[in-house]
Design a protein around this ligand. Sequence first.
Ligand code: DAH
Length: 355
Amino acid sequence: MNDKLLVVKEDVDRLIATAIQEIGTAESSKALQDIRVKYTGKKGELTQISKQMKDLEKDEKPVLGQLINEFHQTFNKTIERKQEEVTQKELAAQLASESMDISLPGRRQNFGTRHLLTQTREDLEDLFLGMGYQVIEGPEVELDSYNFEKMNLPKNHPARDMQDTFYISEEVLLRTHTSPVQARAMEKHDFEKNGPLKMVSPGKVFRRDNDDATHSHQFHQLEGLLVAEKITMADLKGTLLQFAKAFFGEEREIRLRPSFFSFTEPSVEVDVSCFKCGGQGCGICKGTGWIEVLGAGLVHPNVLEMSGIDSTKYSGFAFGVGIDRVAMLKHNVDDIRHFYQNDLRFLTQFKGGQN
Ligand code: DAH
């Protein structure tokens, strides 16, 4: 071996010795990567040595090539072994830093409750579904003709004053009651095919009202309608007694008082015996023993005829319940506005499903 080759060999030997030592003290993947670059990178120390290849004799070149190969083999093996060790340590450190305390209590999921008005509406629907009625919904934005005219309230009828509302145009308004759904259902009904018409219709209604503890410009009703042959007040009374017992308790009685609605004749106000005092007289029934819960009557022949039903063959009864009102009565809610203020302290008191 001539001098030049000897010097180069010594350089390579020294280089591998220092590289092995540096690898031995490296503590991280990053440090190992830096060492790789330092020795074998483009500007690395081994690369510098390889450049001397061009100064060697022809037969010496393979010898240097061999030395460089050996350097790579030793260098790579050493660094790989160290990499394994470092990876283990890094993983252990990462796991330790990311460990979590599984004894911490979990976060509780907050469940909502159905709004008391929704619960009440669904209870009422269930009750009438059980008696063979179907549930039909009508539009909240309604035509004057359905809301008033087909309910036997022609234009300029004085009884319209009691139900002033929000008008979208002369002929389009926010419905003041659920009664117009009676007309919509009757127009569509086919007695030949489907037999008697038995339906309830729950929903939102609107009035121009000054809001106070018992009045809101928006509230809810459930309309009831049964049309068939030979329907009488006895059918109405029997049905409403069923309702009163199912909704307010088995011991309830009902009482009918004469009233006026343009779409029924005769018309009645229906009272339920007080479920608080049983009839003795208390704060809830204002000392009378009776609580007014709804309006009802036999469907006026004009209403049947305007909806295309032969009033000489068919008759019917109808009733309208204030959903807010019966919910307030049953749950002792003292202000209708509680229903519309979204105050969780109020809403979460009614966690029930069925009554
Ligand atoms: N629509 C009436 C109102 O809002 C309530 C009502 C009374 C409905 C008597 C009826 C009924 O179906 O027969 O004041």
